[in-house]
Design a protein. Structure first.
Length: 290
């Protein structure tokens, strides 16, 4: 407290020292409590309590089996938590690997919370490189017997993942593609359907395979087969590249039907006309040689 003296030498009224702004302190406390609630909710989400259970596959999965789920992420703030809740329901041991391709919509901040709240591996690209580059990063970190790709936009439901494992665990195949077309057409866009058919047919002409959906996200690989190829494509050219390179090495392919929830460009679909032309280039390029 400070005491001032006026010109007559008499003491003036003391000046009060300002007290901290109580309202600002209370607001800070509320923010901290809200943040703690968010992290607690996220921890509960990652503990698999927040999504319908996924049916176990109709075959035995060895207790020692480990599935690596690689999820490339770019600007998926709206779907990320819901996807993680679904993946947490997978009825087998799993290694979850998320690769953020330099998101700019707040996804990266959510992923930092995911790191703190759950047993996951999160890797950050410092610049946007593309889906293929994100997958290479994720594959390098994978330790599972089988590696499966899962997009973060919820077009593909993790409930279909157990079905991909059957041909792999039985020894029938080395890689399994989830086809959107084995049980009818599920994409309402005829342009997308035609483009996918044309790309798949062209790829089959070079590889000798009889795939119905080369462009599918759902690809499950025996991990040792991924180690046999050197992947180069940074964007969506990954699909024809990995297909051609594995086929050339005698990899056994199988397809199983999956569900598909198509989304449009307004919802954030990222593949465009440029990627279509690049896919054709990759089909020819890797169809001839590595």
């Amino acid at each position: 407290m400070t005491v001032n003296t006026d010109l007559t030498g008499q003491s003036a009224q003391p000046e009060a020292t300002p007290l901290p702004r109580i309202d600002a302190t209370c607001e800070l406390i509320r923010q901290v409590e809200s943040r703690l609630d968010e992290l607690e909710s996220l921890a509960s989400l990652l503990s698999s309590e927040q999504a319908p259970p996924i049916e176990p596959p109709p075959f035995e999965v060895p207790e020692s089996f480990l599935l690596s789920v690689v999820i490339p992420v770019y600007n998926e703030r709206e779907t990320l938590y819901k996807l993680l809740a679904q993946v947490a329901q997978l009825p087998m041991r799993r290694q979850l690997i998320l690769v953020d391709d330099c998101s700019t919509d707040g996804t990266r901040e959510l992923l930092r919370d995911v790191e703190r709240a759950g047993d996951v591996t999160v890797i950050y690209h410092e610049r946007n490189q593309g889906k293929g580059a994100a997958l290479r990063t994720g594959f390098a970190a994978a330790k599972g017997d089988v590696v499966v790709i899962q997009d973060a936009d919820l077009e593909y439901h993790p409930g279909d993942i157990p079905g991909l494992l059957g041909p792999l665990l039985s020894g029938e195949a080395d890689v399994v593609y989830g086809s959107r077309f084995l049980e009818g057409e599920q994409d309402p866009s005829w342009i997308h359907r035609f483009g996918n058919w044309l790309l798949t047919w062209s790829s089959n002409c070079f590889t000798g395979l009889r795939l119905t959906d080369m462009e599918t996200c759902y690809k499950a690989f025996r991990r040792e087969w991924l180690a046999k190829v050197t992947l180069q494509q940074d964007r969506f050219g990954f699909e024809p590249e990995v297909t051609a390179k594995l086929a050339r090495r005698g990899c056994r392919f199988a397809e199983v039907p999956i569900s598909y929830n198509a989304r449009g460009y307004r919802e954030g679909k990222k593949i465009g006309l440029k990627d279509l032309f690049n896919a054709f280039y990759c089909i020819v390029r890797y169809g001839w040689a590595d």
